[in-house]
Design a protein around this ligand. Structure first.
Ligand code: ATP
Length: 408
């Protein structure tokens, strides 16, 4: 099959021009050049594609620098495995050298050797990602498809290339769920059986790689459905037994990408108990921002029984004080405990903004001696305002006078 017309149709003019330049420069260095990976899958499926992956047979870094010079781009990274990342205008391009891989131990990174295009395609995750389109002038558009990727693409099926695939690299389990959850795709039945069989191999994968793949799921438009599958196939539980996900409680989420990540961490750790927080954050190697968010979600859940019993606004305030508003807001959207939601909303919308007019400085200026009682006094003053016992500056002054000197 020749795919030149779909390449032209579904890549934009700039992408097309860049690919032609890379192919021409590769030819000058004596190698063929191919479009590989996700872009091949996307254009053959009739979709546009963002980042482009290309493959050459050798001299990858020299080609990358020559391309950057010719097109005014920047080489972002060159690795000793023969890969280069380039930025050309707004377009990100990877150029890699065809390689073959062997896995000595499940989960460990593979040993990498120079290889042929066919060997490189054979080391890939799914048949739909294991195709290449030639970009070289004399064979432009020729499709290389040794694993029936095209027919799986037509049927929208995500299928591994061999039955040891998930044992070699269990991050592919998360990748399978991500690709299969996209519109127009589904998980091949046999591949699903392999996931069930090999899910425990996730234990062999580093937290960093798991986190990377799970966060790619969080950012997909259909992330909730994907996480539900990850839950049902016991994939989340294989990462840590206390993780879980329930699509039915997920609210419509509109926020920026960083917050989206946090909210999904909150959703998968919703039922976690306090003693599981540390093992989970360690397993996923979460940074301090993510870890603090998970910690807050779990703390809120632990606080909720007391929150429901709180009779005074000041109790609500002191229970929730110090927890991140984003975590509180997220928890309120995904719990069905109406009383807890009412208290959280009250705290977020009103109580957390309440500040007495009298401050520590003003007390010192009025001659109140320095000491721990200042903090205690301000705390009782805030509680009185929160509970509506006082509501004006004059009442605050009176409150302070009474508390400090008693009587009227
Ligand atoms: P998208 O960017 O749409 O999510 P993609 O296919 O471009 O999808 P990448 O993670 O950028 O995803 O991977 C590029 C290609 O590298 C894949 O299409 C696949 O061929 C190969 N690949 C990536 N990760 C693995 C893996 N763990 N095992 C085998 N092949 C992989």
């Amino acid at each position: 099959m020749n795919a030149s017309s779909v390449v032209k149709e579904h890549l934009d003019d700039e992408q097309f021009r860049i690919l032609n330049e890379i192919a021409a420069i590769s030819a000058a260095f004596g190698t063929n050049c191919y479009l590989v990976g996700g872009a091949v899958r996307d254009v053959l499926k009739g979709q546009s594609s963002g980042d482009l992956d290309t493959m050459v047979e050798h001299r990858c870094s020299e080609i990358a620098y020559a391309v950057a010079e010719k097109l005014g781009g920047t080489v972002l990274k060159v690795t000793r495995f023969g890969t280069a990342a380039l930025d050309i205008g707004a377009i990100q391009i990877d150029i890699s050298t065809a390689r073959r891989e062997t896995y000595e131990k499940s989960g460990a990174l593979p040993k990498v050797f120079p290889g042929t295009i066919d060997q490189d395609l054979a080391r890939r995750d799914f048949t739909i990602n294991a195709m290449a389109i030639s970009l070289s002038r004399d064979s432009f558009g020729d499709l290389i498809d040794h694993h029936d990727g095209m027919s799986d693409l037509e049927n929208g099926v995500v299928r591994v290339l061999h039955n040891q695939s998930f044992q070699d690299d269990a991050t592919r389990i998360l990748r399978a769920i991500r690709f299969a959850g996209r519109e127009g795709y589904q998980l091949d039945e046999y591949t699903e059986r392999l996931i069930r069989r090999d899910v425990r191999y996730l234990e062999t994968v580093s937290g960093e790689r798991i986190r990377h793949e799970i966060e790619r799921i969080f950012l997909e438009p259909t992330s909730s459905a994907m996480l539900q599958v990850a839950n049902d196939l016991k994939v989340l539980q294989a990462i840590h037994p206390a993780l879980g996900f329930d699509q039915s409680i997920v609210p419509p989420i509109t926020c920026d990408l960083d917050d989206l990540n946090l909210i999904f961490y909150g959703l998968i750790t919703r039922q976690v108990s306090p003693e599981d927080v540390e093992p989970i954050t360690t397993r996923l190697m979460l940074d301090s921002v993510r870890a603090a968010f998970v910690n807050d979600i779990v703390s809120i859940r632990a606080i909720v029984p007391s929150l429901r019993l709180s009779k005074f606004n000041s109790e609500t305030y002191y229970l929730l004080e110090g927890l991140q508003p984003l975590a509180l807001g997220a928890y309120a959207t995904f719990t069905d405990d109406a009383e807890a939601v009412k208290r959280i909303r009250l705290y977020l919308d009103e109580l957390r903004c309440v500040r007495p007019s009298i401050t520590g400085e003003s007390l010192l200026a009025e001659g109140v001696p320095e000491g721990p009682w200042i903090g205690q006094l301000l705390k009782s003053l805030l509680a009185a305002r929160l509970d509506g016992d006082i509501s004006s500056y004059e009442e605050e002054v009176e409150f302070v006078r009474r508390t400090l000197w008693g009587g009227s």
